[in-house]
Design a protein around this ligand. Structure first.
Ligand code: 2NL
Length: 338
């Protein structure tokens, strides 16, 4: 074969390679042209028979044949593997991509994480404990009789084992005090359970953040400073706090803590029901009877504790009118936060 014939054969081989519909058709093309008994060895053998003046050109054509046909077969193999049998032209590259929406923080998580951060700057670390608690840790150690005909018992999910679902996160604090000597500075964010009938402000599952500090000579004044700092960090720098007297079995004295309304600044509006104040936390100085239960000497140590509802803070802060909205998992609602 002279150079012209080799070039024509090359053209045919390139076309066949490009037209091969699948891998086995392509392999047949390869064997036919490049295989041991194919056209290329035939071409090479034929070179010697050519007159000397044609041999150089034919040699170059043979090299081009080998190079180009090999390349065409490789290229077609790659295309067949990548696209399967789909023709590349059928993919519309102008279509928009498939977007996956990023997730967002849930408002309850946002409040919890913010509280952990703010109390963290004041030296409080996070403590965790079981959701299934003993009556001792949830009630008795907190100076609250478990089987007293009080609201507490009716509001509790009791298990057949005699255990219960914790109604607050204070039992975590009891467990910490049982295992550690003062000073103690902890917060306990976590899920709580009460047998409430669900309505706009009550849910059988909710979240609490409690805080506890125990040291020598801690007082209600330290508590007020800590809660005032938290109020300003979460509701804005102009937020004021006030204490009103209250009763809890585990603190004495006990208070309820109001934040000035972040919407109207205290002049009265819908959110604060015209009072200028919003009830946020319950708190007090830890009752010495609680210290006796965990083996702390009440003559040596004093402390303060507080508790607040996470959903309630989220509702106040973001203007959410109904607690159930936080748990319906309606993306159109939840994507407004985070
Ligand atoms: C509320 C009231 C409160 C505490 C929680 C507490 C914990 C220990 C000892 C004494 Cl270990 N007290 N916690 C104290 C006062 C109030 O929560 O209204 N929570 C939503």
């Amino acid at each position: 074969m002279n150079a012209g014939e080799i070039d024509r054969l090359r053209g045919a081989a390139l076309e066949e390679a490009a037209d091969a519909g699948d891998a086995s058709a392509l392999e047949q093309v390869r064997v036919r042209y490049l295989g041991r008994k194919g056209r290329l060895p035939e071409i090479m053998k034929g070179l010697k028979a050519l007159p000397a003046e044609e041999r150089a050109a034919a040699g170059r054509a043979a090299n081009a044949f080998k190079r180009d046909v090999s390349a065409a077969i490789d290229e077609r193999r790659t295309a067949l593997t990548a696209g399967g049998s789909v023709r590349r032209e059928t993919a519309d590259l102008t279509l928009p991509g498939a977007w996956r929406e990023l997730g967002r923080r849930h408002p309850v998580s946002m409040i919890m994480e913010e509280a952990i951060q703010v109390f963290g700057t004041l030296g409080f670390t996070v403590a965790d404990g079981p959701d299934v608690e003993t009556a001792y840790h949830n009630f008795e150690a907190l100076n609250t009789p478990a089987h007293h005909p009080s609201l507490d018992e009716q509001d509790t999910f009791w298990l057949e084992t005699g255990e219960l679902l914790r109604t607050q996160t204070s039992p975590v604090q009891i467990r910490v005090m049982e295992n550690r000597q003062p000073p103690v500075r902890i917060i306990t964010p976590g899920r709580c359970y009460r047998r409430d009938t669900t309505d706009a402000t009550h849910s059988a599952n909710f979240h609490q953040i409690e805080g506890l500090a125990v040291d020598r000579r801690l007082s209600l004044a330290d508590l007020k400073g800590v809660l005032a700092y938290f109020a300003r960090k979460t509701m804005g720098p102009r937020t004021a706090v006030r204490f009103r007297p209250h009763f809890f079995p585990f603190t004495e004295p006990s208070v309820e803590c109001d934040f000035s309304c972040h919407i109207c600044g205290g002049s009265g509006c819908r959110v604060c029901k015209q009072s200028g104040w919003i009830e946020i936390a319950g708190a007090g100085v830890v009752d010495p009877r609680v210290f006796e239960k965990v083996g702390y000497d009440p003559e040596l140590y004093s402390g303060y504790a507080f508790g607040m509802g996470v959903e309630r803070i989220a509702m106040v802060k973001y203007g959410i009118p109904d607690i159930r909205m936080l748990y319906e998992n309606d993306i159109r609602f939840l994507e407004q936060f985070g």
